[in-house]
Design a protein around this ligand. Sequence first.
Ligand code: NAD
Length: 258
Amino acid sequence: MSELAGYSAVITGGGRGIGAAAAVALAEAGATVSVASRNEGQVVDVAAELRQQGHEAFAFRCDVTEPYQVRDLALSAIEAMGRIDILVNNAGTATSNPITRITDAEWHHIMDVNATGTFLCTQAVWAGMSERRWGRIINVASVAGLGGGKYISAYTAAKHAVVGFTRAMAEEAVGTGITVNAVCPGYVDTPLTDETIARIMHHTGTSKHEALASLLEQAGQPRLIRAAEVAQAIVGLCHVGVPAPNGELVVLDGLGSQ
Ligand code: NAD
């Protein structure tokens, strides 16, 4: 499969989990990829592995909450790849706390990484995509962007912001050649979910198996979703031909057959 041969993609938070899986899937679909993350070591490793497999890949350090770093990322990726056709706004982080325990700093951090980072990166690539009249922007939201959940109010608010931003930008994109869509996964098997499970074990004194079972039960999920499944949905939203989806929220809740 090489539908994306000749296209170039930037994936934020691409050092591990869903972002790393998206980088692999986009590269396997033929795209040149730039993986960016706050953690430089992780993205250097992901890009090196992709190059070893014969793909064209670059790594950049970027904290998506810092406007000047986001502008630098866009410039560096364009210098390396020629242009940015695809942006995957994947960088994100989560905490869980009852309302009385959420600190101001925690609230702002969750909003900054998930929502402001998505805004800043989109803004940084928009003019170039508009000029070339082609672009694909995929925001990694969450089922928490569509519903609510106990103890995740900051994350839920931030992902609702990502979903709202996706909907509004999809309208703004009409007639520009750009499409803006989002994926909304439930719990995915990534280091972020491992951290959530570790927090449950810590607070409840349960085993890893029990903590995972209670997490899935509360979410109404039969199983954890694989990062590769989310990555395939992201590649699907990069569809080159017409009509291309725009303003879609692709839900991955593990209830399907995969
Ligand atoms: P992860 O923690 O495994 O990986 C996140 C990556 O983002 C890491 O490489 C990290 O270094 C990077 N990152 C964090 N803050 C950053 C910042 N400020 N600037 C740049 N990079 C930053 O997470 P994951 O589970 O792969 O999640 C990826 C995305 O998917 C997030 O937006 C998350 O909210 C979303 N999501 C995850 C799940 C899940 O269950 N894991 C479910 C739904 C949605």
